[in-house]
Design a protein around this ligand. Sequence first.
Ligand code: ATP
Ligand code: MG
Length: 219
Amino acid sequence: MIVFEDVAKRYAGGYTALAGVSFEIRHGELVVLSGHSGAGKSTLLKLIPAIERPSAGAVRINGEDVSRLPRRAIPYLRRNLGLVLQESRLLFDRSVFDNVMLPLAITGHPPGDAARRVAAALERVGLEGRGKEMPAGLSGGEQQRVAIARAIVNRPSVLLADEPTAHLDPASAAGIANLFKSFNGAGVTVLVSTHDASLFATSAPRRLTLVKGLLSEDA
Ligand SMILES: Nc1ncnc2c1ncn2[C@@H]1O[C@H](COP(=O)(O)OP(=O)(O)OP(=O)(O)O)[C@@H](O)[C@H]1O
Ligand SMILES: [Mg+2]
């Protein structure tokens, strides 16, 4: 479903963030992407929704080379992807409910059904009944749950998350990891990056590791 073929990414200025990266993720897999700071994790994740374009090689989603997609086709690609990016922030001047509603508001979803979906997404991340609160009043782990609810409110078949447990205490991080496991159990393909090698360790999912832009796969 997600295929990288000999992908390289050089940023302007000549810095090579990824080199010769090849792997395949099948429908319904849970894959953990690890690597040191600067290894290229965020770069790899951003190539999938075409936020960044590869300098060489192909990135295929369901057989389609996203690196060749015309600009106007990108919103359709992203509709099927749930993204929790490192820099994706909540809007602090809007309620939790409105934050989660945002992707549906953008696509012009009918309001009644959108409200039901927001409530379902909040329930899914353990924040039922918290929609009227403002994000600033929530803990770091709860804010991260709101970002995850926003990513799944469109019911994507693929969920990409970039260090969703950064800055969380171990118990909250384990709770977020369990959340991703439960989405995966419901059939969602999940690719999640983390610094923390022990996270997900108990369930032993497939692990891809980046070292200075080069990929290795744990046996
Ligand atoms: N927009 C950019 N322009 C130039 N260089 C960039 C850009 N984004 C990332 N890089 C460089 O590419 C390399 C990989 O960055 P990336 O953000 O993918 O690493 P990472 O593994 O996600 O790191 P971290 O764990 O700190 O988030 C880094 O050396 C970074 O400085
Ligand atoms: Mg990163």
